[in-house]
Ligand binder design. Structure first.
Ligand SMILES: [Fe+2]
Length: 324
Protein backbone atom coordinates (compact mmCIF):
# COMPACT_ATOMS: atom_id res chain seq x y z
CA UNK A 1 0.00 0.00 0.00
CA UNK A 2 1.16 3.49 -0.74
CA UNK A 3 2.30 5.50 2.27
CA UNK A 4 -0.32 7.90 3.57
CA UNK A 5 0.85 11.47 3.97
CA UNK A 6 -0.01 13.50 7.06
CA UNK A 7 0.52 17.24 7.21
CA UNK A 8 1.32 18.45 10.73
CA UNK A 9 0.86 22.17 11.33
CA UNK A 10 2.08 23.21 14.77
CA UNK A 11 4.16 26.13 16.02
CA UNK A 12 5.92 24.25 18.81
CA UNK A 13 8.94 22.52 17.33
CA UNK A 14 9.01 20.07 20.20
CA UNK A 15 5.40 18.92 19.75
CA UNK A 16 5.82 18.81 15.97
CA UNK A 17 8.80 16.51 16.34
CA UNK A 18 7.06 14.18 18.82
CA UNK A 19 4.04 13.83 16.53
CA UNK A 20 6.22 13.36 13.46
CA UNK A 21 8.21 10.60 15.14
CA UNK A 22 5.10 8.78 16.35
CA UNK A 23 3.46 8.88 12.90
CA UNK A 24 6.61 7.89 11.06
CA UNK A 25 7.03 4.91 13.39
CA UNK A 26 3.55 3.84 12.28
CA UNK A 27 4.59 4.01 8.62
CA UNK A 28 3.12 7.37 7.70
CA UNK A 29 4.93 9.93 5.59
CA UNK A 30 4.81 13.41 7.11
CA UNK A 31 5.26 17.05 6.18
CA UNK A 32 5.46 19.90 8.61
CA UNK A 33 4.30 23.47 8.79
CA UNK A 34 4.99 26.02 11.57
CA UNK A 35 1.74 27.93 11.12
CA UNK A 36 -1.24 28.24 8.80
CA UNK A 37 0.62 30.10 6.07
CA UNK A 38 3.39 27.56 6.11
CA UNK A 39 0.74 24.81 6.03
CA UNK A 40 -0.77 26.28 2.86
CA UNK A 41 2.67 26.29 1.25
CA UNK A 42 3.11 22.61 2.12
CA UNK A 43 -0.34 21.81 0.68
CA UNK A 44 0.64 23.33 -2.64
CA UNK A 45 3.64 21.02 -2.83
CA UNK A 46 1.94 17.75 -1.92
CA UNK A 47 -1.63 16.76 -1.20
CA UNK A 48 -1.85 15.04 2.20
CA UNK A 49 -4.34 12.33 3.19
CA UNK A 50 -5.02 14.09 6.48
CA UNK A 51 -4.20 17.41 8.12
CA UNK A 52 -3.45 17.70 11.81
CA UNK A 53 -3.34 21.31 12.93
CA UNK A 54 -2.85 23.30 16.09
CA UNK A 55 -5.30 26.14 16.70
CA UNK A 56 -3.22 28.86 18.39
CA UNK A 57 -0.36 29.75 16.08
CA UNK A 58 1.30 33.01 15.00
CA UNK A 59 0.70 34.62 11.58
CA UNK A 60 -2.20 32.40 10.59
CA UNK A 61 -4.00 30.42 13.26
CA UNK A 62 -5.64 27.02 12.84
CA UNK A 63 -9.15 28.32 12.23
CA UNK A 64 -8.02 30.68 9.49
CA UNK A 65 -5.93 27.88 8.03
CA UNK A 66 -8.95 25.56 8.07
CA UNK A 67 -11.07 28.16 6.26
CA UNK A 68 -8.39 28.65 3.60
CA UNK A 69 -8.08 24.89 3.09
CA UNK A 70 -11.81 24.39 2.67
CA UNK A 71 -12.02 27.23 0.14
CA UNK A 72 -9.88 25.30 -2.31
CA UNK A 73 -11.87 22.62 -4.19
CA UNK A 74 -8.83 20.35 -4.34
CA UNK A 75 -8.48 20.32 -0.57
CA UNK A 76 -12.11 20.39 0.48
CA UNK A 77 -12.35 16.66 1.24
CA UNK A 78 -9.08 16.20 3.13
CA UNK A 79 -9.85 15.03 6.69
CA UNK A 80 -8.90 17.77 9.13
CA UNK A 81 -8.15 17.18 12.80
CA UNK A 82 -7.56 20.01 15.28
CA UNK A 83 -5.06 19.81 18.02
CA UNK A 84 -5.97 22.14 20.89
CA UNK A 85 -3.64 22.82 23.77
CA UNK A 86 -6.06 23.36 26.60
CA UNK A 87 -9.29 22.40 24.94
CA UNK A 88 -10.68 25.90 25.32
CA UNK A 89 -14.36 25.63 24.71
CA UNK A 90 -14.32 28.93 22.84
CA UNK A 91 -11.93 27.59 20.19
CA UNK A 92 -13.91 24.40 19.91
CA UNK A 93 -17.12 26.38 19.53
CA UNK A 94 -15.60 28.48 16.74
CA UNK A 95 -14.29 25.36 15.06
CA UNK A 96 -17.68 23.66 15.25
CA UNK A 97 -19.27 26.62 13.55
CA UNK A 98 -16.80 26.18 10.71
CA UNK A 99 -17.64 22.49 10.39
CA UNK A 100 -14.63 20.94 12.11
CA UNK A 101 -15.49 17.49 13.47
CA UNK A 102 -12.35 16.22 15.07
CA UNK A 103 -10.39 17.54 18.02
CA UNK A 104 -7.49 16.17 19.93
CA UNK A 105 -6.51 17.75 23.21
CA UNK A 106 -2.87 18.24 24.12
CA UNK A 107 -0.97 16.80 25.86
CA UNK A 108 -1.65 13.61 23.98
CA UNK A 109 0.07 10.25 24.23
CA UNK A 110 1.68 9.38 20.87
CA UNK A 111 -0.10 6.03 20.96
CA UNK A 112 -3.55 7.65 21.30
CA UNK A 113 -2.70 10.08 18.55
CA UNK A 114 -1.75 7.29 16.16
CA UNK A 115 -4.92 5.33 16.99
CA UNK A 116 -7.11 8.33 16.32
CA UNK A 117 -5.35 9.13 13.03
CA UNK A 118 -5.67 5.48 11.92
CA UNK A 119 -9.37 5.46 12.75
CA UNK A 120 -10.01 8.78 11.04
CA UNK A 121 -8.25 7.69 7.85
CA UNK A 122 -10.02 4.33 7.88
CA UNK A 123 -13.37 6.09 8.24
CA UNK A 124 -12.68 8.46 5.37
CA UNK A 125 -11.56 5.58 3.14
CA UNK A 126 -14.71 3.60 3.98
CA UNK A 127 -16.92 6.58 3.17
CA UNK A 128 -15.06 7.12 -0.08
CA UNK A 129 -15.43 3.46 -1.10
CA UNK A 130 -19.16 3.55 -0.35
CA UNK A 131 -19.58 6.78 -2.33
CA UNK A 132 -17.65 5.43 -5.31
CA UNK A 133 -19.72 2.23 -5.20
CA UNK A 134 -22.95 4.20 -5.18
CA UNK A 135 -21.68 6.40 -8.01
CA UNK A 136 -20.95 3.30 -10.12
CA UNK A 137 -24.41 1.90 -9.50
CA UNK A 138 -26.02 5.26 -10.36
CA UNK A 139 -24.02 5.41 -13.60
CA UNK A 140 -24.99 1.88 -14.51
CA UNK A 141 -28.67 2.66 -13.85
CA UNK A 142 -28.56 5.74 -16.04
CA UNK A 143 -26.97 3.76 -18.84
CA UNK A 144 -29.46 0.88 -18.51
CA UNK A 145 -32.40 3.29 -18.42
CA UNK A 146 -31.13 5.03 -21.54
CA UNK A 147 -31.23 1.71 -23.39
CA UNK A 148 -34.61 0.81 -22.01
CA UNK A 149 -35.97 4.21 -22.97
CA UNK A 150 -35.38 3.34 -26.63
CA UNK A 151 -37.20 0.05 -26.37
CA UNK A 152 -40.85 0.66 -25.67
CA UNK A 153 -41.68 -3.01 -25.15
CA UNK A 154 -39.30 -3.64 -22.34
CA UNK A 155 -40.01 -0.89 -19.86
CA UNK A 156 -39.33 -2.15 -16.35
CA UNK A 157 -37.72 -5.28 -17.79
CA UNK A 158 -34.25 -4.48 -16.47
CA UNK A 159 -35.48 -3.81 -12.93
CA UNK A 160 -37.46 -7.05 -12.81
CA UNK A 161 -34.71 -9.18 -14.35
CA UNK A 162 -32.29 -7.70 -11.81
CA UNK A 163 -34.65 -8.51 -8.94
CA UNK A 164 -35.19 -12.12 -10.07
CA UNK A 165 -31.47 -12.67 -10.60
CA UNK A 166 -30.68 -11.25 -7.17
CA UNK A 167 -33.17 -13.67 -5.58
CA UNK A 168 -31.41 -16.52 -7.37
CA UNK A 169 -27.93 -15.43 -6.28
CA UNK A 170 -29.10 -15.13 -2.67
CA UNK A 171 -30.75 -18.57 -2.84
CA UNK A 172 -27.44 -19.93 -4.15
CA UNK A 173 -25.63 -18.18 -1.27
CA UNK A 174 -23.33 -16.12 -3.43
CA UNK A 175 -20.84 -13.78 -1.76
CA UNK A 176 -21.74 -10.10 -1.49
CA UNK A 177 -19.00 -9.28 -3.98
CA UNK A 178 -20.49 -11.59 -6.62
CA UNK A 179 -23.99 -10.34 -5.86
CA UNK A 180 -22.83 -6.79 -6.43
CA UNK A 181 -21.40 -7.68 -9.83
CA UNK A 182 -24.58 -9.59 -10.66
CA UNK A 183 -26.59 -6.44 -10.02
CA UNK A 184 -24.41 -4.52 -12.47
CA UNK A 185 -24.46 -7.39 -14.97
CA UNK A 186 -28.24 -7.81 -14.84
CA UNK A 187 -28.80 -4.10 -15.27
CA UNK A 188 -26.43 -3.91 -18.22
CA UNK A 189 -27.23 -7.23 -19.91
CA UNK A 190 -28.86 -5.60 -22.95
CA UNK A 191 -26.66 -2.51 -23.10
CA UNK A 192 -25.42 -3.61 -26.55
CA UNK A 193 -28.90 -2.86 -27.93
CA UNK A 194 -27.58 0.65 -28.31
CA UNK A 195 -26.22 -0.48 -31.72
CA UNK A 196 -29.63 -1.78 -32.88
CA UNK A 197 -31.64 0.70 -34.96
CA UNK A 198 -34.86 1.87 -33.31
CA UNK A 199 -36.86 0.64 -36.31
CA UNK A 200 -35.78 -2.93 -35.53
CA UNK A 201 -35.96 -2.58 -31.77
CA UNK A 202 -39.53 -1.29 -31.85
CA UNK A 203 -40.85 -3.19 -34.87
CA UNK A 204 -44.36 -4.43 -34.07
CA UNK A 205 -44.22 -7.25 -36.65
CA UNK A 206 -41.99 -10.33 -36.40
CA UNK A 207 -38.39 -9.65 -37.38
CA UNK A 208 -36.96 -10.89 -40.68
CA UNK A 209 -34.01 -13.31 -40.58
CA UNK A 210 -31.68 -10.47 -41.39
CA UNK A 211 -33.11 -8.33 -38.58
CA UNK A 212 -32.74 -11.23 -36.16
CA UNK A 213 -29.09 -11.56 -37.07
CA UNK A 214 -28.69 -7.88 -36.34
CA UNK A 215 -30.56 -8.18 -33.02
CA UNK A 216 -28.30 -11.05 -31.94
CA UNK A 217 -25.29 -8.74 -32.20
CA UNK A 218 -26.33 -6.97 -28.98
CA UNK A 219 -24.45 -9.47 -26.79
CA UNK A 220 -21.08 -8.98 -28.48
CA UNK A 221 -21.65 -5.25 -28.89
CA UNK A 222 -22.39 -4.87 -25.17
CA UNK A 223 -19.33 -6.89 -24.18
CA UNK A 224 -17.15 -4.80 -26.43
CA UNK A 225 -18.35 -1.62 -24.75
CA UNK A 226 -17.95 -2.88 -21.20
CA UNK A 227 -14.58 -4.53 -21.54
CA UNK A 228 -13.09 -1.05 -21.76
CA UNK A 229 -14.18 -0.35 -18.15
CA UNK A 230 -11.96 -2.30 -15.73
CA UNK A 231 -14.43 -2.06 -12.83
CA UNK A 232 -17.24 -3.53 -14.94
CA UNK A 233 -15.34 -6.41 -16.51
CA UNK A 234 -17.12 -8.79 -14.14
CA UNK A 235 -20.37 -8.02 -15.98
CA UNK A 236 -19.09 -9.53 -19.24
CA UNK A 237 -20.39 -13.10 -18.59
CA UNK A 238 -23.90 -11.69 -18.06
CA UNK A 239 -23.83 -9.53 -21.14
CA UNK A 240 -22.21 -12.12 -23.39
CA UNK A 241 -23.94 -15.34 -22.37
CA UNK A 242 -27.54 -14.58 -21.38
CA UNK A 243 -28.80 -15.93 -24.74
CA UNK A 244 -26.80 -19.17 -24.67
CA UNK A 245 -28.87 -22.35 -24.29
CA UNK A 246 -28.06 -25.52 -22.31
CA UNK A 247 -28.28 -27.69 -25.46
CA UNK A 248 -25.85 -25.50 -27.41
CA UNK A 249 -28.40 -23.86 -29.73
CA UNK A 250 -28.07 -20.35 -28.29
CA UNK A 251 -25.91 -17.40 -29.26
CA UNK A 252 -23.39 -15.78 -29.65
CA UNK A 253 -21.04 -18.76 -29.10
CA UNK A 254 -23.35 -21.78 -29.07
CA UNK A 255 -21.84 -22.95 -25.78
CA UNK A 256 -23.26 -26.10 -24.17
CA UNK A 257 -24.11 -27.12 -20.60
CA UNK A 258 -21.71 -25.96 -17.94
CA UNK A 259 -19.43 -24.40 -20.55
CA UNK A 260 -21.93 -21.56 -20.32
CA UNK A 261 -20.82 -19.45 -17.34
CA UNK A 262 -23.31 -19.64 -14.47
CA UNK A 263 -23.92 -15.89 -14.76
CA UNK A 264 -25.39 -16.47 -18.23
CA UNK A 265 -27.44 -19.50 -17.10
CA UNK A 266 -29.05 -17.57 -14.23
CA UNK A 267 -29.76 -14.50 -16.30
CA UNK A 268 -31.32 -16.62 -19.07
CA UNK A 269 -33.95 -17.85 -16.61
CA UNK A 270 -34.73 -14.39 -15.24
CA UNK A 271 -34.77 -12.85 -18.74
CA UNK A 272 -37.10 -15.42 -20.28
CA UNK A 273 -39.42 -15.51 -17.27
CA UNK A 274 -39.88 -11.75 -17.48
CA UNK A 275 -40.20 -11.66 -21.27
CA UNK A 276 -43.01 -14.26 -21.14
CA UNK A 277 -44.88 -12.82 -18.16
CA UNK A 278 -45.09 -9.38 -19.80
CA UNK A 279 -46.84 -8.47 -23.04
CA UNK A 280 -44.64 -8.14 -26.12
CA UNK A 281 -45.60 -7.34 -29.72
CA UNK A 282 -45.75 -11.07 -30.58
CA UNK A 283 -47.49 -12.39 -27.51
CA UNK A 284 -49.82 -11.58 -24.67
CA UNK A 285 -48.54 -11.74 -21.12
CA UNK A 286 -48.65 -15.31 -19.85
CA UNK A 287 -49.48 -16.23 -16.28
CA UNK A 288 -46.84 -17.17 -13.73
CA UNK A 289 -48.03 -20.78 -13.77
CA UNK A 290 -47.93 -21.02 -17.58
CA UNK A 291 -44.40 -19.64 -17.68
CA UNK A 292 -43.19 -21.97 -14.94
CA UNK A 293 -44.53 -24.87 -17.06
CA UNK A 294 -42.78 -23.59 -20.19
CA UNK A 295 -39.52 -23.29 -18.26
CA UNK A 296 -39.96 -26.80 -16.86
CA UNK A 297 -40.48 -28.16 -20.38
CA UNK A 298 -37.39 -26.37 -21.59
CA UNK A 299 -35.19 -27.76 -18.82
CA UNK A 300 -32.13 -29.40 -20.34
CA UNK A 301 -32.90 -27.72 -23.66
CA UNK A 302 -32.80 -24.02 -22.93
CA UNK A 303 -32.14 -24.07 -19.17
CA UNK A 304 -29.73 -25.63 -16.68
CA UNK A 305 -31.48 -28.67 -15.08
CA UNK A 306 -29.86 -27.91 -11.72
CA UNK A 307 -30.84 -24.25 -11.66
CA UNK A 308 -34.47 -24.66 -12.79
CA UNK A 309 -35.72 -26.18 -9.49
CA UNK A 310 -34.03 -23.39 -7.52
CA UNK A 311 -35.58 -20.78 -9.79
CA UNK A 312 -39.06 -22.32 -9.68
CA UNK A 313 -38.93 -22.60 -5.91
CA UNK A 314 -37.85 -19.00 -5.37
CA UNK A 315 -40.32 -17.58 -7.90
CA UNK A 316 -43.20 -19.56 -6.35
CA UNK A 317 -42.20 -18.46 -2.87
CA UNK A 318 -41.91 -14.79 -3.82
CA UNK A 319 -45.23 -14.93 -5.63
CA UNK A 320 -46.95 -16.51 -2.65
CA UNK A 321 -45.45 -13.82 -0.43
CA UNK A 322 -46.59 -11.01 -2.74
CA UNK A 323 -50.15 -12.35 -2.71
CA UNK A 324 -50.37 -12.28 1.09
FE1 LIG B 1 -30.55 -9.79 -24.47
Amino acid sequence: MQEKLILIVEDSTQIRMIITKALQAEGYATRQGRNGLDGLEQLKQAQPDLILSDINMPQMDGLEFFKAVRKNPRWVAIPFVFLTSHGTSEDIQRGRELGVEDYLTKPIEPEDLVNIINARLYRSTAVEVAQVGQAYLDTVKVLANAIEGRDKYTRGHVDRVTTYSLWMAKALKWSSQHIRMLEFGARLHDVGKIVIPGSVLNKPEPLTDQEWELMKKHTLAGAKMLQEIPHLRGTLPYVLYHHEKWDGTGYPKGLKGKDIPIQGRILALADVYDALTTARPYHEAKSHQEVIEIIAQDTGKHFDPQLVPVFVKIMNAMRAQAKK
